[in-house]
Design a protein around this ligand. Sequence first.
Ligand code: ADP
Length: 746
Amino acid sequence: MANPPIGRIGVLTSGGDAQGMNAALRAIVRTSIERGIEVYAIYEGYCGLVDGGDLIRKMTWESVGGILHLGGTIIGTARSDEFRTHEGRRTAARNLLQHDIDRLIVIGGDGSLTGANIFRLEWPDLLKELVAAGEITKKSAAAHPSLLITGLVGSIDNDMFGTDMTIGADSALHRITEAVDAISSTAASHQRTFVVKVMGRHCGYLALMGGLAGGADWVLIPESPPDTDDWEKLLIERLKAGRKAGRRDSIIVMAEGAQDRHGKYIGSTHVADVLEKALGEEVRVTVLGHVQRGGTPSAFDRNLGTRLGYAAVEEVLAATPQSEPMLIGLRGNRITSSPLMECVEQTLSVTSAVNAHDYEKAMQLRGSSFKESFTTLKTLLRSLPHAPAPEQRRLRLAVMHAGSPAPGMNAAVRAAVRIGLDRGHVMLGVRNGFDGLARGEVEEMNWMSVNGWAARGGSELGTDRVVPTGKNIYQIARQIEEHAIDGILVIGGFIGYETAYNLYSARANYPAFNIPIVLLPASINNNLPGSELSIGADTALNNITDAVDKIKESAVALRRVFVVEVMGRRCGYLALMGGLATGAERVYIHEEGVNLHDLQVDVDNLNQGFALGKRLGLMIRSEDANEVYTTPFMVALFEEEGADLFDVRQAILGHLQQGGNPSPFDRIQATRLATRCIDYLIEQVETGGNLSAFIGIIGKEIKFHPVEDFPRMADIENQRPKQQWWMNIRPIARILAQPSPARIEE
Ligand code: ADP
């Protein structure tokens, strides 16, 4: 007799819902099917596992179609008290065995993952009991001697070890940032104070990052309470000083779990009452609550869910009864796996440290970038900088842009100026890029010149898109001397990098260029060497995702193919990641090229798909993917070859991709990188160095590369890095886009 089928995969979402869970589900289902494995969804979390029946359903390719843009989880989530009991888990085991499921991917928080691990450990005993009670056969038990589990973290709080980001945290941060931006404008109009309460009972991530992105005046988080018992007095003094310095509003962002040093809960109404009395003005409380879980998932969460889901299938298929269960997470941009229960234990240890009032340990456990962000935040929200030390040499540091505007540029300038001033230096703003510098458009910036800049799109200082040559180079050298500039931070794109390299190379002829220049990658195209991400790309990706969601919706009742053209020049990042986030079936990028044979295959796939009942096709084309096979060409080709099966429309997204308020991620990265850049410049000048460099995020690290490496690392002709990490994601995009012919035939 044939062996019963083994290795069926079950997937469930549990605990609080989080945006991006659907993306993970879609990836898990489709990757499993593509690997030839049957996959079942368990509806309503562990309740579905215990109740069984119709709550455990076989999934098909189509059952997860059209769900990327939906918030929450389509298979439902619930809390189950029964699953906490031995009996409940025994029933759950029986229900799984009815479907021959012995591999389980659980998407949830630490509670859900702990539950899964207990279930796994008990599995052999549960099976024995079920056999003894005659509820399952010995054969069935023998065929599935162990339960293999893999965990993904779905939680808006970003509170788990083993991943830099949990699925849902970025979307929650979007909601918070949108709310704080909106509140800021009304608060400023009426000179009002607002207390905004965000989620996070044990974890201050959302409050901290929301405060950083929204330009808050005070932030309260559980891991690091105010270090004085008289914190109310301190807060009042700070807010009063802020108003005196010219701020028109005050915003306090606090986590649900905010507490004082003795562990006493700090309520939002208490904060409001205290401030109202002291400031003599209206103080309003906004509790964001479930708004943070709502709405469509951000591009980041969709792609995170997708990548993690794909990796979870690989992991659960590779797992053995002997191997430890793993948690799949993200470090920097890389997908990693870590021992599941170690991650849970570490997570709980932060809560224990907070409960034991050991705040130093709590911050330590949260990790270096959390700590660093809190330190930066505390500087940025000051009402005035620290006064320079009496003996201090005050450096003159310039901040400027080069290349196209990228959302987040202003947040970078704000951080650079304030950090520089707080370190005691003179900060100069250069208007209109290198062209402006050549014309001497240089002005001294003060603390309030950058007030409110974190949230603004575009580029307040202005930028320019020409690499200076000849006379301009000479003028730039003169202006550097005239303004006695000691170092320059250029926040911009490829043109900035080329210019900085040229100035560096011209040092022999122009002594003025013997100063450190540091480059901060800012370009929606994400095409800069030495950094896996550049400022602006995340905002652009969200703009693309929003636009494509709408475009897709416009065609619900029609049989239609869209060819959507996105920016990026010869760098396919936006096209690929935009395609992944919107479920495009085909992405055309310059790196891969486009040829007639591929187009023929695409036409055949479209025809076959629409003949079988498909209603919508989405092709995303990077603007410079190919000179001959342009977007109108492709539209004409598909239209002609599609005959009566479907019609074709083009959408060239254009400049909407560059516009709008920067995403929280772009604001936060801009702030982090600018802080590091200013410290780099100060260190160079103070130690007598003149090294020019470009900063970047590589994996989890922030690194500086000497500017000499620019030609080695950049593909100058195509204006992109020689190595692009995201090229590895292409196979995932391909697998998830459409079933391979073998699977269609099945
Ligand atoms: P989260 O996963 O978001 O931390 P919970 O802690 O509420 O959310 O856990 C969700 C569900 O996981 C619970 O309702 C319960 O069914 C299950 N669960 C949590 N902890 C355990 C445990 N120690 N043993 C068994 N099941 C658990």
